[in-house]
Design a protein around this ligand. Structure first.
Ligand code: NAP
Length: 282
C-alpha cells in the first residue's frame, strides 16, 4: 500500500504527510513544483497536465489510494480531476479520499461534482467536508492581520466552527486506512463556534493589540475574488457560501444531529497562541 497525497504541500496535505510519516506508512507527495520538505518524497504533478499523470506511479508502482485536493480557483473541479481518477484506476488505485467543503453536497459546483463522480463509479471513497480552516488566519488573512490589524468577511454575525488542518489530517488518515472503506461523506468541524467578530476579539487578547473584523457585503467580496483572477461564477459561488454563514448555515450543520460529523480537538485559541509570532511585525 502507498498513498498519493495530492496538494501535498498545502495546508491539509502537509499535516497529513506528517501523520503518515509518523505512522511509517508509505506515501508520495504530488506538487506542481515536484518538491516537498525533506525527508518526504515528491513528484511533479498537475491536474491540468496529463503528461504528469504517470509520474506518481513511476515513483511508486504500489500507489493504491489517493488523497484528492482539487486544483485551485475552479468553479467545477470535475473536468480537471476526472481524467486522473480514471487514469489512476487503470494503475490499480482502489480508494479516493476527497477534500471537499461543509456546504458542498454531492453534485453541487466546486467539488460536489467530484463527490458525485466517486459515488457513480463505485470506488472505495470518503468525502471530507470541513468548514473554514483555522490556518487561513496564518495564510490568506496573514498580511491583513499583521500589517493592518484587520480581517474581513461577508459572514456578518454568523458563526463558524473553525477547524484545524491537524484534525482534518487525522480523519483523512482514518479514511485512507479504514477497513472496510468508509464510503460516506463526513462534516469536519472544530470544537467551538466563533463569529468573525469573536475571532478578532480572540486575536486582540492574545496579540495585545486591537484587531477588528470589517463586515463587507457579498458584492464587495465578489469583487475581491474577481481581483484574484477567478471566474465570476467562482467569485459568486464563494461569496454565497459566506452569505450562508451569515444566515446561520454553519452553526446549523455544527448542531445537526442527523449528519455524520467528525469534531476535531484542536481549538482556535491553541492555534493562535502557538503561532503568535506570525502576526507580529518584525
Ligand atoms: N481553506 C479553507 O478554509 C477550506 C475550507 C473547506 C474546504 N477547503 C478546500 O480545501 C482545498 C484546499 O484549499 P486551501 O485553500 O487550503 O489550499 P491548500 O491546500 O493550502 O493549497 C492548495 C494545494 O493545491 C495544489 N494545487 C493547486 N492547483 C493545482 C494543480 N493544478 N495541480 C496540482 N496541484 C495543485 C497546490 O500544490 P502545489 O502548489 O504544490 O502544486 C497546493 O498544495 C480546496 O479544494 C478548498 O476548496 C478549504
Amino acid at each position: 500500500m502507498t498513498i498519493l497525497v495530492t496538494g501535498g504541500r498545502g495546508k491539509t496535505g502537509i499535516a497529513l504527510s506528517k501523520l503518515l510519516h509518523e505512522a511509517k506508512l508509505p506515501f508520495v507527495i504530488a506538487s506542481r513544483s515536484g518538491q516537498a520538505p525533506a525527508p518526504y518524497k515528491a513528484v511533479t504533478f498537475d491536474w491540468t497536465d496529463p503528461t504528469t499523470y504517470e509520474n506518481p506511479f513511476k515513483a511508486d508502482p504500489n500507489i493504491d489510494r489517493i488523497y484528492v485536493v482539487g486544483p485551485e480557483g475552479v468553479y467545477d473541479a470535475l473536468p480537471a480531476v476526472k481524467p486522473f481518477i480514471n487514469f489512476a484506476r487503470t494503475k490499480g488505485v482502489k480508494r479516493f479520499v476527497l477534500l471537499s467543503a461543509s456546504q458542498l453536497e454531492a453534485g453541487t459546483p466546486f467539488l460536489g461534482t467530484v463527490h458525485q463522480y466517486l459515488i457513480d463509479i463505485g470506488v472505495e471513497y470518503a468525502v471530507l467536508r470541513p468548514t473554514w480552516f483555522q490556518q487561513n488566519f496564518g495564510a490568506s488573512f496573514l498580511g491583513a492581520i499583521r500589517d493592518s490589524n484587520q480581517t474581513f468577511s461577508a459572514t456578518g454575525e454568523g458563526r463558524i466552527p473553525f477547524v484545524s488542518t491537524e484534525d482534518i489530517a487525522q480523519i483523512a488518515l482514518e479514511a485512507l486506512t479504514a477497513e472496510p472503506s468508509l464510503n460516506k461523506d463526513i462534516l469536519v468541524f472544530g470544537p467551538e463556534l466563533f463569529s468573525h467578530d469573536e475571532v478578532a476579539k480572540l486575536f486582540s487578547s492574545i496579540l495585545g493589540r486591537e484587531i477588528t473584523h470589517m463586515k463587507i457585503s457579498i458584492e464587495a467580496l465578489e469583487k475581491i475574488f474577481a481581483g484574484f483572477g477567478v471566474s465570476q461564477q467562482y467569485a459568486e459561488g464563494y461569496a454565497s457560501m459566506e452569505n450562508n454563514v451569515s444566515l446561520g448555515l454553519e452553526e446549523k450543520l455544527f448542531n445537526s444531529i442527523d449528519r455524520q460529523k467528525y469534531i476535531g480537538k484542536h481549538t482556535l485559541e491553541e492555534y493562535i497562541k502557538a503561532h503568535r509570532d506570525l502576526w507580529i511585525k518584525q
